[in-house]
Design a protein around this ligand. Sequence first.
Ligand code: GLU
Length: 309
Amino acid sequence: MHQTEKAPVGRFAPTPSGRMHLGNVFAALIAWLSVKSRGGYLVLRMEDLDTQRTSGEFADLLRSDLRWLGLDWDLETDPQSQRSAVYDQYFQKLEQMGLLYPCYCTRSQLHSVNAPHLSDGTYVYAGTCRNLTEAQKAAFGRAPAWRVKVPDRIWTVEDLAQGTYTENLLSDCGDFVVRRADGVYVYQLAVTVDDGEAGVTEVVRGMDLLSSAPRQMYLQELFGFQHPAYGHVPMLLAPDGRRLSKRDKDMDLGFLQAHTTPEALLGLLGYACGILDTQQPISARELATEFSWNKLKPQDIYLDISSLL
Ligand code: GLU
């Protein structure tokens, strides 16, 4: 690292809604390797905005799973469920900029009226509620969600793993919700505030979140945060092509801890994603000396855990 270059700050931001599965492990591993291979820091944050699905027990299990893997963190910031007063301040900034408006569309209207989003299976919001009159708003008689207006502008993500990704927020996404009708802030706003306030310089996470990056870059600009570097790592697939998920019990860390060692698991992951030339047991620290973004395969990674069992 160059003398004047600041140490990178990465983060791992899991949702504690279940036991860690291999997909989360892989995202955490690459986030950790990327900063630790360059003398940087890792921030841990529990994304528990959805208080129905998340729990403190799962958060404890996540921490112990990370420790088992040897993926330590330098700081844990407050969980999102405790930060709504902070998010209020950023919401008010958007309001003061005149960028927010209330949206009364129902879920079924949203999916029937709007065209599908480019890449993530949601919709492009056509701006239905952008210009409601005060009388129209009052007539709904219920609490609205709040949307932020987006500009007609192309956003470019130079992704460390995926290369260049571009999106015009107006035509590919539309004005998006920042606070739900029940008052809960949405992921896009919370993650932007939390990463920005923690001084995160690189965001490494699963490829399924690549299309969220332009929305977050837009909010970063409005809130006055620097853009972090992005690295969206490939998804892990079972040998039959299924995407590994929380439903695959045999891929969760409870099962894996009973059947294998952290070194064997890291050796398999390191080999499958291209960091290692051969599959051999290895610690996280040793793997950090082998890591470089150039080695990482950008595409889906097939993982056969049978060699571990
Ligand atoms: N909380 C998200 C998850 O567990 C990750 C969000 C992020 O890394 O930005 O999938």
